[in-house]
Design a protein around this ligand. Sequence first.
Ligand code: C2E
Ligand code: MG
Ligand code: MG
Length: 720
Amino acid sequence: MPDDARTAPERWQPTVSESRDAERRPRILVADDDPAVRLLTVDALTPEGYDVFEAEDGHAALEAFERHRPDLVLCDVMMPGTDGFGVCSAMRAHPHGAHVPIMMLTGLDDVDSIERAFAHGATEFVVKPINWTLLPRRVRFVLRASEAAEQLRRSEERYALAARGANDGLWDWDLRTDRVFYAPRWAEMLGLSASHLDSSPGEWLARLHPDDEERVRCEIAEHVAGETDHFESEYRMRDVDGDWRWMLARGLCVRNAAGNAHRFAGSQTDITKRKDAEAQLLHDAFHDPLTGLPNRALFLDRLRHCLELAQRRPGFQFAVLFMDLDRFKVINDSLGHLLGDRMLIEIAGRIRSVLRTGDTLARLGGDEFTILFEDIADVTDVTRLAARVQQQIAQPLKLEEQQIVTSASMGIAVSATGYTKPQEMLRDADAAMYRAKATGRGRYVIFDAEMHSHVVNVLQTEMELRLAVERREFRIVYQPIIDLQTNAISGFEALVRWQHPTRGLLTPDAFLAVAEESRLIVPIGRQVLREACAQMQTWREQDARADGWFVSINLSSQELGQPDLLEVVADVIRTTRLPPQCLKLELTETSLIENKDRALSAMVALRELGIQISIDDFGTGYSSFNYLHRFPFDILKIDRSFISGIDDSPEREEIVRAIITLAHNLGLQVVAEGSETARDLARLRGLPCEYAQGFSISEPRASQDIEQLFLAAAPAARAG
Ligand code: C2E
Ligand code: MG
Ligand code: MG
């Protein structure tokens, strides 16, 4: 290789521009109508490592250019046909000719031709008569310069391509002159045109968001001072419409040997979409999708801040209001979820309209809303607001031609009580709300000491119940159910009791609600199920009189909702060997409402096992009749409120008669619950009712008592 300049530093064969193959000899085209000039050129250049091609006129020159693709052209100005200028222009217009160096051969004083040649795209000129010794050196010189230019061009193209690919806007800040070059893309990202930008740093910095500017300036200064090894910053910038766009800038300083920066260059990327997505995710995590209000997580977080603030600022008082729409479930069920949702949105808007800007309204789920009132003077601030919210909610609501009137029950907890955990305060407000609901709808109740002791009591019971499950402190009592035709015992309802270590034997009203709430009813119910079935099977195996007996067991809402209910029941009848037709399960209307989706399939599956299902406490719910049609019951238990005292009340008797008729029409058998006196029982006998249960027959009794009363007295040994 004759020339070190042509050892190209790096091979990058782009579609963008072509470069010469470094391995092959450079090709020179000499176009001159003077054969002597051509000959001498060949003589001068061939020994120096060049391949020389000749052309005797302009036409031939262009042909040779096309065929040989020379790396450099020597071209005479004056030629027959197309002259040197024409050749020059034509070559420049050629797809491969844009950057090939063209050296014009001109007369010594022919300044005019030189100017014209440049205008036509020539690169250099060589004065005639040609100095043949110098020519190879000049050629080498021009080739090297062109190679360098070529490399630069490629590098710039590569850079431009990469930048375009990354969609980045480049900037290059000369720190000595304090002028910045902004690439067109940089301007474009802000909706600006590059030609309207001046080269001052202000074009960038003055567009920064006021909240970001100080920080970005600091980050730049730190990097320029050498305190950070690169610059990277996210900030908002105002675009041409005055909107804020999120940008990410990355850059690096060029430093001299002393480490002083003189140039600072980098790129800027528009990250608005990413930022929006992040913000959306963050928003979704802390907001209720239906109303857009803060959710429980955000509410608890704000509440936590208030609690912390109250510790630092003794006078700072705040309150939590917990509210629940009255009868929303009924409205939602009857109107459909779509209208139910619209109602919630409307209510949310109404509540918000009476709040101060600093107050937080949240939706915890369903129809439960909470409000955090910050910085109140005393509790009357809250009660006044509660009243205003209630007024708002009480306004009739019109949804698709339907007029709906609703109200809300509210519970209030005030910070003065000295809370440390946000959950505690929310829990107390919730408890107060329940109290409000119980005392009549559309009211508010402020949480107080008496309620506090109730809450503590609930927590205490829950803790003890947990232990009771482990220690198996539950007992079962059995209440006979008799056949009104024969007076004989048909079966028993199993009723749970808690043998409390200090409080004695407790009936369900003392613990069932807490057990439901804490879901401890699930393990308790399973103990009852297994034990009662085992007991009944034992009686059946011991005594022939027990052959036709069944045991009837209550299933709570939580139990009905268990996905493994069926497996558990199947396992119990398998392991206790109790025939499935001797087991009945009692469900209430409430547990059906609460397990809408699951109840029906669970019931169907249980009946397929051969188990019968009763609807318990019939007549106490909202729409018991609805449920009779929709679910496959076998037995209907009329609630004791209709039965006890039936003797004194002809109306009651009529209601009971109607219920029995309805049940029979649907193919159900009837149990009258809570017959308390002999007279009740006598009256029941006059009705076409299959079974009766109540104190008039027997109170619920422990298993030994059952054995003594109904089996041991006249033992009937099992045959065989
Ligand atoms: P229930 O299923 O309606 O059971 C009948 C309740 O009425 C029993 O109350 C029973 O003692 C009572 N009773 C029976 N005859 C009369 C009477 O003539 N007059 C009066 N005043 N009451 C009578 P208990 O045992 O206190 O149970 C209350 C409720 O607790 C039950 O009502 C049932 O819903 C629930 N329960 C009881 N045991 C269990 C259980 O093991 N699991 C579940 N999930 N719930 C149970
Ligand atoms: Mg029952
Ligand atoms: Mg009942």
